[in-house]
Write a protein that binds this ligand. Structure first.
Ligand SMILES: C[S@@+](CC[C@H](N)C(=O)[O-])C[C@H]1O[C@@H](n2cnc3c(N)ncnc32)[C@H](O)[C@@H]1O
Length: 326
């Protein structure tokens, strides 16, 4: 039997009882399940906290958590990277604005709901980016009548920031000035995302690994979140995201998250922007869905013209998740 010294953390796999004990403790004590995360980067972040409080073993750190409950919040802030921004990766949002949203709206009658989900939304910037794009496309009245945007994260602290929707000047710099003017209220140095639009945003704690996915989604963004998970968990979460989408619904991943051919689940729309679409039935290959044909509205007329839609030019491959490096 291997003896584990408590002087140095030895490993981060199932053979290390101290490591397993700590993960189990985080789950039972606070409901955070880190079993599906990449062990090396998870351990690196936990060790960072251990170094700062002067502890060398996972077991000692677990005892420290037991006697210093405030350490939980600091630890979770270290593990759950909340880095985000409005219009992060502008080219991806340009594709959403110019191609994806018009296609979604073209496939719906004028009173049908439009449902988006920012999964792993951190402090809310991504959800509000979607809100601005949809409000611009629909007009504010229709936006309020038709749109629901789910903004979820496993991190309650980040979600609370999202709920307040208050940002500093440097945080709203990436918002085009005309949208900033229109959708934010400035009070002293703080920019509040406007309340009238915020009502369409529904915030909730949601763990992508363990919780039931939201359903009937037209546009799902899950960016820079899957890359923290191990290969098996990434695949599991991707299957849930697939379930969450309407037929033909769109999925936008982060820049570091790629897809490979496998199975019949997603169609690549724009590989560079990590944009894909839930597979339409084979008889619809390369064509808009019958529903979209029936309901196609004049506002999408340009799309039928010479400007090729990205998914028209994409071959009918089916794409599935390729896990990012462990
Ligand atoms: C780097 S941020 C990405 C924020 C935003 N999507 C973006 O790309 O700008 C990653 C977010 O994923 C969240 N997260 C990590 N694990 C999660 C899980 N199992 N379920 C839901 N959210 C998770 C973190 O709390 C964090 O807010």
């Amino acid at each position: 039997m291997v003896a584990f010294s408590s002087a140095e953390p030895t490993g981060t796999d199932e053979s290390d009882p101290e490591w397993c004990g700590l993960l189990e403790y985080l789950l039972t004590a606070r409901g955070f399940d880190f079993h599906g995360y990449k062990p090396a980067s998870l351990a690196r972040r936990i060790r960072k906290r251990m170094n700062l409080v002067g502890l060398k073993s996972f077991a000692a750190y677990q005892q420290h958590l037991e006697s210093h409950p405030t350490e939980f919040a600091t630890l979770f802030n270290t593990i759950l990277v909340n880095v985000t921004g409005f219009f992060r990766d502008p080219a991806a949002w340009e594709a959403i604005r110019t191609a994806v949203v018009p296609e979604i709206l073209a496939g719906k009658s004028p009173d049908e709901p439009v449902r988006a989900w920012s999964a792993g939304c951190a402090t809310g910037e991504e959800a509000f980016t979607i809100a601005m794009i949809l409000a611009e496309a629909l007009g504010e009245d229709a936006f309020r009548e038709r749109v629901k945007i789910y903004a979820t994260d496993v991190d309650e602290d980040a979600l609370n920031t999202a709920r307040h929707a208050a940002y500093q000047a440097n945080q709203v710099e990436a918002v085009p000035p005309e949208l900033r003017e229109k959708y934010f209220e400035q009070v002293d140095d703080v920019y509040f995302f406007r309340k009238s639009l915020r009502r369409q945003v529904i915030y909730g704690r949601h763990d992508l690994i363990n919780d039931t996915p939201i359903s009937r989604i037209d546009l799902l963004t899950c960016r820079n979140t899957l890359m923290y998970l191990n290969a098996e968990t990434q695949a599991r979460v991707l299957a849930r995201l697939h379930f969450a989408l309407n037929e033909g619904g769109f999925l936008l991943l982060g820049r570091a998250e790629t897809l490979i051919a496998h199975g019949h689940n997603f169609v690549a729309v724009d590989l560079k922007q990590r944009l894909s679409r839930k597979g339409l039935r084979p008889s619809w290959q390369g064509h808009p869905s019958p529903q979209a044909d029936k309901r196609r509205s004049p506002r999408s007329a340009w799309m039928a013209g010479s400007r090729a839609r990205p998914w028209r030019s994409a071959q009918w491959f089916s794409w599935w998740w390729t896990p990012t490096g462990r």
